[in-house]
Design a binder for this molecule. Structure first.
Ligand code: HEC
Ligand code: HEC
Length: 307
């Protein structure tokens, strides 16, 4: 029986490898042309704003970074864990350390990671790294972000491996996932004011609000038909709330207050993952928080995620 099972597993693996080999030409990690970032001058001050809007520190700072120290969140040693139905992911070190971090990376390497989910060695990244959002970020913003990242303190903490089970531990399989779900483009379209358009960029190219607030299909792809309509928290209890206008009836001023202080109109304070998000949003200029609030009012109302 056991032998049969093993043989079955081996056969499965061979089949899977065969399929992956067939699909490989279609799903090879993509990269930008070598001159894609040529001529772009990065501005670290602008980059700081991108960094805060994109929430990079929320995932890449140390798991034990003390709350009260603003500098602690800038030490991007990695190590935080993210549960998912496919296993546990660990954020890597992205400090400018040349050995353990990304100190040897070029701006083009960063662009390929954020835009294509492709590593400098040409491997696929897992979408736990929200490049499905960052694919919409402009090259100038990536150049600015790169300039800023290189000013942060280097940290020599080694990155730790993910704990992901077969077959999800085979990165080549991610090519298929990307072919299905990774594409640039906006979810919220139609007649938007300039402020809402700015808010959409902040939400859909940087702030990755959808990565938590949007439900996923069985393969882990975001359900664009139920954008921001709420989702179960993976590996945890409870729900990411529905923040479409069908459920969230806060005024723009309420939203701006929430993104600034974390206080809801009922004087609750933002908890869980959202506390970290607010910590980043609070660092942005007020006009960016106002733009996010304006964007949320342009999202299609979805009372409940349709199944
Ligand atoms: C939701 C959590 C999350 C956020 C937000 C996030 N990352 Fe990551 N990032 C990850 C995970 C998880 C990985 C590992 C992916 C893998 O191994 O396939 C990763 C990988 C990376 C890598 C590759 C590092 C290496 O050693 O190959 C870089 C660079 C990176 N992230 C930069 C950023 C930047 C810059 C931002 C902000 C714009 C950001 N990340 C935001 C979770 C996150
Ligand atoms: C890492 C996951 C995560 C991300 C990313 C995220 N949120 Fe949230 N959000 C949450 C959680 C969890 C809550 C519930 C907080 C609580 O219960 O106190 C929440 C609550 C909220 C609420 C309050 C809803 C209510 O009914 O109380 C708003 C508004 C909101 N998020 C907007 C946003 C916007 C806008 C973005 C993108 C800029 C965003 N969120 C990104 C996890 C996230």
């Amino acid at each position: 029986m056991l032998r049969k099972l093993r043989r079955g597993a081996a056969l499965g693996a061979v089949l899977l490898a065969g399929l992956a080999a067939l699909a490989l030409p279609l799903t090879r990690p993509e990269r930008a042309p070598a001159d894609a970032m040529a001529g772009l001058e990065g501005d670290a001050t602008r980059g700081a704003r991108i960094f805060d809007a994109a929430g990079c520190a929320g995932c890449h700072m140390a798991p034990n970074a003390p709350d009260g120290e603003p500098q602690a969140r800038l030490r991007l040693s990695g190590g935080q864990e993210f549960a998912s139905p496919f296993g546990t992911f660990r954020a890597p070190n992205i400090s400018p350390d040349p050995e353990e971090g990304i100190g040897r990376w070029s701006a083009l390497d960063l662009y390929n990671a954020l835009h294509f989910g492709t590593s400098p060695e040409g491997r696929h990244y897992y979408p736990a790294f929200p490049y499905t959002t960052y694919v919409n970020a402009s090259r100038q913003d990536v150049a600015d972000l790169y300039a800023y990242l290189m000013t942060l303190p280097a940290d020599a903490t080694p990155s730790r491996p993910h704990e992901v089970a077969f077959p999800f531990n085979i990165r080549a399989g991610l090519g298929l996932w990307k072919a299905l779900f990774l594409r640039p483009g906006w979810v919220v379209t139609g007649a938007l004011s300039p402020e809402q358009t700015r808010g959409r960029y902040l939400a859909e190219a940087l702030g990755h609000c959808g990565e938590c607030h949007t439900p996923r299909n069985a393969l882990g792809g975001l359900r664009r038909d139920a954008w921001l309509a709420g989702a179960p928290i993976p590996g945890g209890r409870g729900h990411f709330p529905n923040i479409t206008p069908a459920r969230l009836d806060w005024s723009e001023a309420d939203l701006i207050e929430y993104f600034t202080s974390g206080f809801t109109p009922e004087y609750d304070s933002a908890g869980g993952h959202m506390a970290l998000v607010v910590r980043n949003l609070a660092l942005l200029p007020r006009e960016d928080r106002a733009a996010l609030a304006a964007y949320l009012q342009a999202v299609a109302p979805v009372p409940e995620a349709p199944s």
